[in-house]
Design a protein around this ligand. Structure first.
Ligand SMILES: Cc1cc2nc3c(=O)[nH]c(=O)nc-3n(C[C@H](O)[C@H](O)[C@H](O)COP(=O)(O)O)c2cc1C
Length: 418
């Protein structure tokens, strides 16, 4: 009976444990979590989502305060087009977050950054260019292009000295998306080093419509494999979404996947950025509590716990401080939803906005509890304590469970209750 450790992810001559911990914004996949994956010989991700905010929190910087000070005059204005990111500050924050993580890296694994195209930041091309270039300058091992088609992303860094040596990969949820990406980037004469194929059971935003349940990860992976074989393209494939046990991973690896990308199991690790009381909500969740809805202003469906405080919360848009989802014209669909409710309920202090959420503020405050479909199985991965809470896990324990388990078994941690 095979286990994950019988396989290796190969990049050139280098080999890695074929476990990739996926990026989880905003600082849910922390540097500490990614560093553990790298120390154990696998691949970890940090995320550059809301990096100014993350740099403030981690390194006591003042990026958000400075931006808010500059644009405070615009807070009551519904037109947010003037609220631009300072590109120098964005580069500085990215360099801080990534540079400090890479300085702390130990072991033979890799640390990549998850870079979402949907963070359009009121100047999509300019800000994405700065984010990717600063990440490469700061020594990141590679960039995973996420949440978007990224048709122009390679071109934004093709003249960077690390364009051909850094690992560059993309997340897709269909063969069509991959074909489009390959066609549009062919001119740069550089293939992605890996393709993460994310199925409908993943956490975060989904690359599917509300009919996500009609799709199946193994089928999408097989489609893509067949296409790559026919085109004689040798690109490592990394399935993601719903890989909950080592045995789940082995079934993909035996079918030719290069590695698996996992995330939900690590949301209850000590090294994960979620506050501990929120991690207990993940442990306790029942299957009925895990919902896919349209409240994200990105336009993508998103999976989350139904008891997330973000749902229905009508907070005033905070784009002067954040503004990561403002499109090229300074629009965000939450602003419109909020303004509609303000107009419909004049004088009401605490509004409820049901159809959209202020994703920046809610993710920043850990009030939107996005999660994978199998979150309801987390309770089977630890011990329930006398007070009804669950024992926290270490990233090392979860990683090694994926690496060595067989027979769909999940190793429980050593009990602290004795
Ligand atoms: C809490 C959470 C946050 C996530 N945030 C992101 C993100 O910011 N960007 C992204 O590309 N994927 C994100 N994902 C998706 C994961 O990186 C990963 O591909 C997927 O969840 C793997 O499936 P699993 O959670 O069933 O293991 C997130 C997943 C979770 C659970």
């Amino acid at each position: 009976m095979k286990r994950v450790d019988d396989f290796r992810l190969m990049f050139g001559k280098k080999e890695y444990v074929p476990i990739v911990i996926g990026g989880m914004g905003v600082d849910i996949s922390t540097a500490e979590l990614a560093l553990e994956a790298a120390r154990l010989g696998g691949v970890g991700h940090i995320s550059d989502a809301m990096v100014n905010t993350v740099a403030d929190r981690r390194f006591n910087a003042k990026f958000v305060k400075e931006k808010l000070k500059q644009y405070k005059f615009n807070v009551a204005n519904t037109d947010k087009s003037v609220v631009q990111f300072d590109l120098g500050a964005l580069a500085e924050a990215t360099t801080m977050h990534i540079g400090k993580t890479m300085e702390a890296k130990r072991g033979d694994g890799l640390i990549l950054v998850n870079c979402m195209e949907k963070l359009t930041m009121n100047a999509p091309k300019e800000t994405l260019r700065v984010r990717m270039r600063a990440a490469l300058d700061a020594g990141i091992d590679g960039i995973t292009l996420a949440a978007g088609l990224h048709l122009g992303s390679f071109a934004l860094i093709e003249d960077h000295p690390r364009f051909r040596d850094a690992k560059l990969g993309i997340i897709v949820s269909s063969l069509r998306a991959l074909q489009l990406f390959l066609r549009k980037t062919a001119r740069t004469n550089r293939l992605p080093d890996y393709v993460v194929v994310e199925g409908p059971l993943a956490g975060g935003h989904l690359g599917f419509g509300m009919d996500w349940a009609a799709f199946d990860l193994a089928t999408i992976v097989a489609d893509i494999q067949q296409f790559l074989r026919a085109e004689q393209l040798d690109i490592p494939l990394i399935p993601a979404g719903g890989v909950f046990t080592g045995s789940d991973a082995v079934s993909f690896l035996e079918n030719g996947a290069a590695a698996v990308q996992v995330a939900t199991r690590f949301t209850v690790a000590k090294e994960c950025g979620l506050p501990e009381d929120v991690q207990q909500e993940y442990f306790k969740a029942s299957e009925e509590q895990i919902v896919v809805n349209h409240i994200s202003p990105t336009g993508y469906p998103m999976r989350m716990l139904a008891n997330s405080p973000a749902i229905g919360d009508g907070i005033r848009p905070n784009c002067e401080a954040y503004g990561y989802l403002l499109d090229a014209n300074g629009h965000c669909s939450y602003i419109e939803a909020y303004n509609r409710e303000v107009a419909a309920h004049p004088g009401v202090k605490r509004l409820s906005v049901m159809d959209k959420t202020c994703l920046c503020t809610q993710m920043r405050n850990f009030d939107l509890w996005t999660c994978g479909h199998y979150t309801y199985r987390l309770k089977d991965t630890s011990h329930k304590l006398a007070d009804g809470s669950y024992q926290m896990l270490t990233a090392e324990h979860i990683f090694r469970d994926y690496q060595f388990s067989t027979d769909q078994r999940i190793a429980l941690p050593e009990s602290v209750a004795g």
